[in-house]
Write a protein of this length. Structure first.
Length: 136
């Protein structure tokens, strides 16, 4: 019996101070992880917006490059011509619908018989520019 009492007295748990320190460290760790999650979600929104703008610019550039060399678009230099985007199609793209595409062409650039096409897409505080070349 005496031996059991002696064991009970020697066993000690955590003090209140130790518990408070452990909970504080745990809370700081959780707040750090929560802050990283918020930053990651913001970065995902930026990446999504940039991806949509890039896809729109690539589509416009592909459509312009697929036109025949005799097309009126390539006859004279165009400066910031608006490119009509299909609003119905844009509304089906997650994050789409707020983009404006413009293009300009530069004849005989970089060489005679070629045209340089610059496509610029702006939307959601992002601007994406793609450049393509076509032999005339």
């Amino acid at each position: 019996m005496m031996k059991q009492l002696f064991k009970i007295r020697r066993q000690r748990g955590f003090t209140l101070l130790e518990l408070l320190v452990a909970v504080t460290i745990f809370a700081v760790g959780l707040l750090t992880v929560a802050g990283m999650q918020i930053t990651a979600m913001r970065s995902n929104v930026v990446a999504d917006s940039t991806s949509v703008a890039t896809a729109v610019a690539q589509g416009v550039l592909d459509e312009l490059l697929s036109r025949p060399a005799r097309d009126a678009v390539f006859n004279a230099s165009q400066n910031n011509q608006p490119y009509p985007l299909d609003e119905a199609a844009m509304s089906q793209i997650p994050g789409g619908g707020n983009y404006v595409a413009t293009f300009d062409t530069l004849l005989n650039n970089p060489a005679n018989g070629m045209v340089r096409i610059n496509v610029r897409v702006q939307g959601n505080a992002r601007t994406v520019t793609l450049t393509g070349f076509k032999r005339l």
